[in-house]
Design a protein around this ligand. Structure first.
Ligand SMILES: [Zn+2]
Length: 306
């Protein structure tokens, strides 16, 4: 259970593959990533950890009572659904409660083995304290950070958010919390229009490719890891900086994204900082590319830490 006995511990739940109708967000990716990695032996079924739904006591450390009331009773107005850009359902709520529990669990597993754990799920960084937006009903990253900090396991955390989109919800939630460092590298001229400042924001121009991206990342990461000295990193390894992404304007290749993962995981390993990887976004024209990018993150996590 603590992941020290061999393989890379990972978290996944079948409920992540939910029916949201025709939508750009491919919820079947979670199942496909899990199947591919088990099939090739990168992950072992005995290292699978099934999450529990997050309890209200954990959620209320991040989300307002009014918003939680709305989520738990399902009284979503059309305007709320429009901002969320997802149809509300009890199935959706269940998946997000599990995501919050799953990200917490992945952080706990990484701390237990001192190296790494992977969540095939999570990274819903557009969730705010008082509302959900951009496919993010609840902010699992913030819930995980606060749960582990409240348990007293850790104090200082860094969120390394390399999804294509700015981590607006996470930045806003931790704006006044100096122990939680939020780093986001994203496409500047893209959703969200308003980007509440995090501790370090690197906004990229349309069309940035592997070389430019990796150079900026290599320069930024020491500021996150050496200046803040986190005891745990949550790494949002979004697949949407990919050149073929339908929502993004960056031009990273499969190889460039894998080099990105290697850079983050390698720098954390060199400093002996445990990392929990989260899948976050990914909307490639071909689902197989999104799946491959997420698989590569977890392949790199295993290679770096075993
Ligand atoms: Zn994204």
């Amino acid at each position: 259970m603590d992941g020290t006995s061999g393989g890379l511990p990972f978290v996944w739940a079948p409920e992540y593959r939910m029916d949201i109708g025709p939508h750009v967000f491919p919820t079947q990716k979670y199942h496909e990533v899990k199947e591919a990695l088990l099939g090739e032996g990168t992950l072992r079924s005995e290292d699978l950890n099934r999450p529990e739904p997050a309890l209200r006591a954990s959620l209320v450390r991040v989300h307002t009572p009014d918003y939680l009331e709305k989520v738990m009773t399902g009284r979503f107005l059309p305007a709320d659904e429009a901002r969320l850009e997802l149809p509300f359902s009890t199935e959706l709520r269940e998946a997000f409660l599990l995501s919050c529990g799953g990200t917490t669990l992945a952080g706990r597993l990484a701390l237990a083995n001192g190296r790494a754990a992977a969540h095939i799920g999570g990274g819903f960084h557009h969730g705010f304290a008082d509302h959900g937006e951009g496919f993010c009903l609840l902010n699992d990253v913030a819930v995980g950070v606060q749960e582990l900090r409240t348990e007293g396991r850790i104090r200082r955390v860094a969120v390394v958010d390399l999804d294509l989109h700015h981590g607006n919800g996470t930045a806003a939630i931790f704006r006044d919390e100096p122990d939680v460092f939020t780093f986001s590298m994203h496409e500047e001229q893209n959703y969200p229009l308003v980007k509440p400042p995090g501790d370090l924001d690197v906004g990229l121009e349309f069309g940035v490719g592997d070389e430019g991206y990796l150079a900026l990342l290599e320069e930024a990461l020491p500021r996150v890891l050496d200046d803040h000295r986190p005891e745990l990193v949550y790494y949002l390894a979004g697949a949407d900086p990919f050149v073929e992404d339908q929502l993004g304007g960056l031009r990273l290749t499969l190889e460039g994204l894998r080099a990105r993962d290697r850079l983050v995981l390698g720098m954390c390993r060199d400093r002996e900082i445990p990392v929990a990887t989260l899948t976050a976004g990914g909307y490639a024209r071909r689902l197989a590319d999104t799946v491959e990018i997420h698989c590569n993150t977890i392949r790199e996590a295993r290679a770096r830490f075993e």
